[in-house]
Design a protein around this ligand. Structure first.
Ligand SMILES: Cc1cc2nc3c(=O)[nH]c(=O)nc-3n(C[C@H](O)[C@H](O)[C@H](O)COP(=O)(O)OP(=O)(O)OC[C@H]3O[C@@H](n4cnc5c(N)ncnc54)[C@H](O)[C@@H]3O)c2cc1C
Length: 426
């Protein structure tokens, strides 16, 4: 139960309409919050955070809710969900400078639509763009297939504004592309899962929309053949925007997204097709052509990391390894899944070494798979599992480096442990 005085105070700050006791849809790991608030301005949000801080009530920041399964259950009986969807404006767009500042609750679909009018793009392509928010993507350190060509949010973010645990508003970075000297504070918030501060706006550098684009699908009867193509692509001079490897049962496929000047796209399509045929592809087809068509095709492509529709018997893990080790890692994942009688579906950033593994089967088999896999591949993060299983597994992987440092940083930023308590490694 929340103290009645805090509920009254929050209602006075955000307005009664922005406060809801219908909390079931905002349950985190099966536990519903005591209250849900949706501030309409940064100042209201900061005042609400300050009020919760004074009352020592924990807060869970909530964007689109697409990644609330990540991490450990919230270590608090009573907590408030603070939604950022009231903050969804473009604060400043300088098309000539290729920079933009947006509020954290804006979705990627809305942001991309606004940028399309200027022939520009922010090439971060999270799953569920119509739901996924800018703040949520940054806080979870998530990325998409085009990280291959354009980098992750780490590379595209140039400034950030946050509300700290006490309600203080602070900022780091700015609106110019090269502005950091000394310690780059804003990178701290990337991937910290809302445990250090609540992100309220972010500034990015933008990329002009490519003049041409194409997407090529290559199908293989066996994973080994697909990896022949991956090896050939890594050794080549080609620079595709994204190369995704997918495996479901025995069949494997590779989809290459190519963007750039028309002549370069044409050459890539020709070369990738030839290399796929040499690697033993069963079929190769030009799946989409032109930026809008390619964009449509890929909108649902990065679906394996999403955990909104998690089935009752499903576990989703993210594996990171050196790109050259990906084939071996997926081989282990496959063999162990077969041993445990689990169904496995894979989607990997083929040239990067990040893979999303979706497994289905009984809890006992999932536990055994996870333990055996983790013993070989320490950077294995569980990003989706039923609450009881997530609570018992070492979801962040093994042999975490810098744990002490991360604990000290958390202590510095949030000594009362009120922001997403227990959720991340500290
Ligand atoms: C208190 C606290 C403080 C934090 N401070 C910071 C901070 O100061 N700076 C910061 O950036 N983040 C910080 N974080 C966030 C955290 O470190 C990131 O979420 C985490 O590193 C994952 O990063 P990512 O999502 O970018 O991973 P990805 O984009 O998936 O890529 C990085 C991953 O690749 C793997 N990898 C990379 N290189 C290799 C290699 N050579 N061999 C094998 N595997 C490799 C690693 O496993 C790593 O997890 C902090 C978090 C907390 C809670």
């Amino acid at each position: 139960m929340l103290p009645a005085s805090l509920t009254r105070q929050l209602a006075a700050i955000v307005g009664p309409d922005a406060l809801s006791e219908e909390t079931a849809p905002f349950a985190v790991h099966g536990r519903a919050p005591a209250l849900v608030i949706t501030p309409a301005t940064v100042e209201d949000l900061a005042r609400a955070v300050a009020a919760c801080h004074a009352a020592r009530v924990p807060l869970v920041p909530w964007g689109g809710g697409t990644r609330q399964r990540w991490g450990r259950p919230v270590a608090a009986e009573t907590f408030v969900v603070l939604r950022t969807t009231g903050l969804r404006s473009i604060l400043l767009h300088e098309p000539d400078d290729l920079t933009i500042s947006v509020e954290a609750g804006m979705t990627f679909a809305a942001l991309n639509a606004a940028l399309a009018a200027h022939n520009q793009m922010l090439p971060l392509d999270p799953p569920r763009p119509e739901q996924s928010t800018v703040g949520g993507l940054l806080a979870s350190g998530a990325d998409g297939p085009r990280r291959l060509a354009y980098g992750t949010s780490r590379d595209l973010l140039i400034g950030i504004r946050v509300v700290e645990a006490t309600g203080r508003i602070s900022k780091a970075g700015g609106m110019v592309v090269k502005n950091v000297s000394g310690f780059d504070m804003m990178k701290l918030y990337l991937g910290s899962l809302g445990t250090l501060a609540i992100i309220v706006s972010a500034n990015f550098k933008l990329i002009p929309r490519p003049r041409a684009a194409a997407s090529l699908s290559c199908f293989f009867a066996q994973p080994e053949r697909a990896f022949r193509l991956i090896t050939a692509l890594s050794a080549s001079q080609l620079t595709p925007a994204a190369v995704e490897y997918r495996e479901d049962g025995a069949a494997a496929s590779i989809e290459a997204r190519i963007e750039g000047l028309p002549a370069a796209v044409e050459r890539h399509v020709r070369d990738v097709r030839r290399m796929a045929e040499e690697a033993g592809a069963g079929a190769v087809s030009l799946a989409a052509e032109g930026f809008a068509e390619v964009e449509r095709r890929w909108a649902g492509f990065n679906d394996a990391p999403q955990t909104v529709d998690l089935a009752a018997d499903e576990l989703v893990a993210r594996l990171s390894c050196l790109p050259g080790a990906l084939e071996a890692a997926l081989g282990d994942a496959r063999a162990l899944a077969a041993r445990e009688g689990l169904a496995l579906r894979v989607q990997a950033r083929a040239l990067g070494g990040v893979a999303y593994l979706r497994l289905r089967g009984g809890d006992e088999a999932l536990r055994a798979w996870h333990a055996a896999m983790l013993a070989r591949w320490p950077h294995l993060v569980v990003i989706g599992a039923q609450p009881a299983l997530a609570a018992e597994l070492p979801v962040w992987g093994a042999a975490l480096a810098n744990l002490d440092l991360m604990r000290r940083i958390k202590q510095e930023f949030d000594p009362e442990n009120l922001l997403n308590p227990g959720r991340y490694v500290v």
